[in-house]
Design a protein around this ligand. Structure first.
Ligand SMILES: Nc1ncnc2c1ncn2[C@@H]1O[C@H](COP(=O)(O)OP(=O)(O)OP(=O)(O)O)[C@@H](O)[C@H]1O
Length: 618
């Protein structure tokens, strides 16, 4: 040991040499245990490049004491733990950010893809107008003129008052110069015998779609009317046609070969017949009042003998209620003309377009010789069809009560998990929930037949209706169910759109349809005109997850109870930061266009068509 070297004292000398002084070499470095060294190293690493947060640890460290030296290992472990947490947090954050960024772009990409698909679908889609008008480039810019005016005291209302009234009744209206909503039939200038007829039927106060829809249609405006199932859309488009016909007849009575003034087109024969019967009843009541002439309505649907309606044809027709095919046929063959027709309404318009009736409708439109008023109605009109239709209308008003495609809030929706093999037996138990009448839906014709057969075997009075039944069978089923002769109707989707049966207590959706719009129409056979109804839906492993997600959102929207198994279904769009928007093609809330079942169906149909025309298939 060098004597010249600065002497140093061990602060904590080994116990054995406690009393003695040691001379320490000048380059002497005190011993630091491994754990402490590691801790110091970690501390340096942890603070490097990181934004420093002042903690008590930043205070100058006291000289290490024996105790602290003994705790060094523990401290090092703690520090390491803390460092790890910090590092982990930083890593987690970076990872999260990356996921978020990726997710965002994934969601954006998905939105771009959807928009592209929508454009692609719209490409080449011809305007919904008569071929002649398209060819000649005729564009009508003025709405049809009618003599109907709202009463002066209603016309005097301010725009704010009108808006408040619409808001109060949950009516959303779009368009220029929106007519005033009227909350009382008496103020709508409807002939007294019709008012009496409505009152006798329990129709005393207009529903929201009628409050604005009737004045809009009476003033000659084109319109798109969307309101939930069972909310009185039929009267909203039938009454204006009757009033227009009445005005024309009173000006100059119709004779053979003249008319119609109004045309109502429906996607199914059953629906056309029901609408026809409604018009017939109003016209009869009108004539029976004694002050007004008898208006004549013609039913033009496939499968019926038109000879039976010769009487109507021979006197001139005021209105025609039809399915597109039969109507087109009659116009083309000159059995009917639309020369003086001013009013065209498409009920369940979205369905009509989905079913491929677009071309028929264009052909029908090309028979119009004059400007017309066009109206489209449905409970489920997705944005794509609204936009498409709006292009063909003149200065239209969109009257919307609730979201297009939303379920009727008067329907209590119960969704039950029932294994495929247990469905039939459980059905019997389920039928005990309410008294008849009950409708059971399945989209599969064979299943409809099987269910009916099973119920008949069990002694339940059931009828069945689907697309492969003959016209007589279909009519018999509807008649016997409507009159109460049969308790249960087993039906495929054909009976779901627009049919209004008396006070259905319970709808059982035996097999959930792929398209949520169909489900909305099916459960909408109950809970009509303000009454409450129950819908029970069976789902199981065979129900596609996509459909279940649509269903989950629909239940949430309608504030219904969501069963556990539906709650657990996650929306993949949420994981990538996407937004929940209704699919513009079908209105379903659980998916976008890229996985829309309706798009798939449309593509399948197009492929079949292509194959047919290219001579493919056998
Ligand atoms: N203002 C009203 N008050 C009470 N009942 C009404 C009123 N208007 C119509 N109704 C009755 O409500 C029932 C359902 O009406 P409608 O068939 O027109 O519904 P909808 O909206 O066309 O339904 P869907 O979308 O299923 O076709 C009918 O029995 C009809 O007579």
């Amino acid at each position: 040991m060098s004597t010249t070297a600065a002497t140093r004292r061990l602060r904590s000398p080994p116990p054995s040499i406690e009393q003695e002084e040691y001379e320490l070499p000048a380059d002497y470095k005190p011993y630091v245990p491994v754990a402490k060294r590691r801790a110091q190293l970690l501390k340096t690493l942890g603070t490097r490049g990181a934004k420093r947060i002042r903690t008590s640890e930043d205070e100058p460290s006291p000289e290490p004491t024996a105790a602290s030296m003994l705790d060094a290992d523990e401290q090092a472990r703690e520090l390491a733990r803390r460092e790890r947490t910090l590092l982990q947090a930083a890593l987690d954050m970076r990872e999260r950010k990356q996921v978020e960024e990726e997710g965002k772009s994934k969601a954006e990409l998905a939105a771009v893809e959807d928009a592209k698909m929508l454009v692609e679908m719209e490409r080449g889609q011809k305007k919904l107008a008569g071929a002649k008008d398209i060819a000649e480039g005729t564009v009508w810019t003025e709405s049809l003129k009618t003599s109907w005016r709202a009463p002066a005291f209603i016309r005097a209302e301010t725009e704010e008052e009108r808006e408040r009234l619409r808001e109060k009744n949950h009516i959303i209206a779009e368009g220029v110069d929106i007519p005033p909503a009227i909350t009382n039939f008496n103020d709508m200038k409807i002939p007294k015998p019709i008012l009496k007829y409505l009152k006798d039927k329990g129709i005393k106060k207009p529903t929201p779609i009628q409050m604005l829809g009737l004045p809009t249609a009476f003033t000659g405006r084109d319109m798109i009317g969307i309101a939930f199932t069972g909310s009185g859309k039929t009267l909203t488009f039938s009454l204006p046609a009757i009033m227009l016909a009445l005005e024309a007849e009173m000006r100059l009575p119709f004779v053979r070969g003249e008319g119609p003034v109004g045309l109502i087109i429906c996607p199914s024969r059953e629906l056309a017949r029901q609408t026809y019967e409604g018009c017939l009843a109003i016209c009869t009541a009108l004539a029976e009042g004694g002050e007004y002439p008898q208006l004549r309505t013609l039913l033009a649907i496939g499968g019926i003998n038109m000879g039976e309606q010769q009487e109507v044809m021979s006197k001139g027709v005021h209105m025609v209620v039809a399915t597109p095919g039969r109507l087109m046929d009659m116009l083309e063959k000159g059995k009917l003309n639309a020369d003086s027709c001013k009013y065209l309404c498409m009920d369940e318009a979205d369905r009509m377009i989905d079913m491929g009736f677009e071309d028929d409708v264009r052909t029908i439109m090309s028979h119009f010789k004059h400007q017309r008023q066009t109206l489209l109605f449905s409970a489920t009109m997705p944005r794509k069809i609204q936009d498409f239709a709006a292009q063909s209308l003149i200065n239209p008003i969109l009257v919307n009560v609730g979201r297009a495609g939303a379920a009727n809030m008067d329907v209590v929706q119960e969704v039950e998990y029932v294994k495929q093999e247990a469905k039939m037996v459980y059905l019997l138990e389920c039928l005990q929930k309410t008294a008849p009448p009950v409708i059971i839906f399945s989209d599969n014709k064979n299943e409809v037949d099987d269910i009916q057969e099973y119920l008949l075997l069990k002694g339940v009075e059931a009828v069945a209706i689907h697309g492969s039944k003959t016209q007589e069978e279909r009519e018999y089923a509807i008649r016997s169910f409507k009159t109460g002769a049969k308790d249960i109707m087993v039906a495929s989707g054909v009976a779901s759109k627009g049919l209004d049966f008396n006070e259905i207590q319970h709808v059982i959706v035996y097999t959930m349809p792929k398209e949520i719009e169909d489900y909305v129409h099916e459960i909408g056979r109950t809970g009509r005109s303000g009454k409450t109804g129950i819908a029970t839906t069976f789902i199981n492993m065979n129900t596609p997850e996509q459909t279940l997600l649509d269903l989950k959102y629909l239940l949430l929207e309608a504030k219904q109870k969501i069963p556990e198994f539906l709650l657990s279904i996650e929306d993949p769009r949420l994981a990538i930061g996407g937004q929940i928007q209704g699919c513009p093609v079908c209105g379903g809330l659980g998916h976008g266009i890229s996985n829309c079942p309706k798009v798939e169906e449309l593509q399948r149909r197009q492929n079949n068509e292509r194959q047919k025309y290219s001579g493919g298939g056998y």
